[in-house]
Design a protein around this ligand. Structure first.
Ligand SMILES: NC(=O)c1ccc[n+]([C@@H]2O[C@H](COP(=O)([O-])OP(=O)(O)OC[C@H]3O[C@@H](n4cnc5c(N)ncnc54)[C@H](OP(=O)(O)O)[C@@H]3O)[C@@H](O)[C@H]2O)c1
Length: 333
């Protein structure tokens, strides 16, 4: 099949049910959202760059459209007749990572335009926390916010969730915590390990993403989401070590720059240097919920770090797209 020619597979036989488009179904969050969507009375359609690869990993009743958010023409068929579209695409992985900001901008503009033209009712996007007014906001977080802004300005109602580190088996940012703690009994710790963050369990992220689909029609919003606890990355390492029965020593060295940190990270974790660098740059920015809107909009009570980690460390259950997970290059945050 030509990768640039969109094509439907397995459509039909589902009558008037609302069509939900899921992008990023091969990724960490999208791969976990898909089985939850499939429990609902809806038609689920996935957009994939490699539909052959995804087809072998998802149930037969899921519609599949070959497409690429960087190829505007491929989005027309993907968005035709769609009621709600999940935008869970992240180009900060693989070969695109060097100029991810420009690529993510282009992708969001393509998607926004196509969704508006198709008359989509709502876009649900998961981006990253962080303070827009912080002049030192990392390029990665700034780019995540820019994507949200482009989608909100599309004219299609957009619910932009902003989250910090997602705790769950296979989430790259959580994998980084695990790899570092598993491999290094003594860690020289850069200053960013004391940055406050508010991690959230992947199950809670999924609950918000699903609940957003049910909101009454309204205006576009930014919804900051986080777990019960505000912690530091150092606290996360200690909590993980405690749950795994490991003894770990962290020694502060304020001179470890983000560049050196990412070099160090690339040596001890599965993350590539480029992806690690972008992630580490973001770790110096506090990623804490400041706006309580999520509590008003949704009856969801997110769990704390200890419980999120306990669940993440349980033996893995296969997900609809889990055959090749975790994707070693997929970036988090
Ligand atoms: N994971 C976390 O800890 C975390 C935390 C906070 C926020 N988030 C946000 O959640 C969203 C999803 O993150 P994730 O961790 O699930 O990302 P991920 O695992 O890296 O997955 C990214 C997805 O984007 C798809 N994609 C990449 N380039 C594409 C393109 N040109 N056209 C179409 N699809 C493309 C990938 O498909 P291919 O298989 O084709 O590569 C993959 O399915 C992101 O916006 C991220 O900022 C994640």
């Amino acid at each position: 099949m030509n990768a640039l020619i969109p094509s439907f597979e397995n459509s039909g036989a589902t009558g008037d049910l609302p069509v939900i488009l899921l992008t990023g179904a091969s990724g960490y969050v999208g791969g976990r959202l898909l089985p939850e969507l499939l429990k609902q009375p809806i038609r689920v359609r996935c957009l994939a760059r490699d539909s052959v690869r995804l087809r072998s990993r998802i149930p037969e009743n899921v519609e599949l459209v070959q497409g690429d958010v960087l190829d505007a023409a491929s989005l027309t068929a993907a968005l035709a007749g769609v009621d709600t579209a999940y935008y869970l695409v992240h180009l900060m992985s693989g070969s695109e990572s060097k100029n991810f900001e420009q690529q993510d901008r282009q992708a969001a503009e393509n998607f926004a335009k196509a969704a508006s033209a198709a008359g989509v009712h709502r876009i649900i996007y998961l981006g990253g926390l962080g303070d827009d007014s912080d002049p030192k906001l990392s390029p990665h977080l700034r780019s995540r916010h820019e994507v949200g802004q482009i989608l909100r300005e599309s004219g299609v109602e957009t619910i932009e969730f902003r989250a910090s580190l997602v705790i769950g088996a296979g989430s790259l940012s959580f994998d980084l915590v695990q790899s570092l703690t598993d491999r290094l009994p003594v860690m020289l710790c850069p200053k960013w390990l004391t940055t406050p963050t508010q991690p959230i369990a992947v199950d809670d992220v999924l609950a918000y993403l699903l609940a957003a689909k049910e909101l009454p029609a309204g205006k576009s919003r930014i919804v900051e989401i986080g777990g019960e606890d505000v912690v530091t990355y150092e606290d996360l390492i200690h909590e993980y070590a405690a749950q795994k029965g490991l003894r770990r020593w962290l020694i502060s060295v304020p001179v470890l720059t983000p560049w050196l940190s990412s070099l160090w990270l690339a040596l001890v974790t599965p993350s590539s240097f480029e992806v690690g660098r972008h992630l580490i740059e973001g770790l110096k920015n506090p990623t804490v919920v400041r706006d309580p809107l999520a509590k008003t909009l949704f009856p969801i009570k997110p769990m704390g770090v200890a419980e999120s980690m306990r669940i993440a460390l349980l033996p893995r259950e296969p997900t609809a797209t889990s055959e090749n997970q975790p994707h070693p290059q997929h970036a988090a945050g």
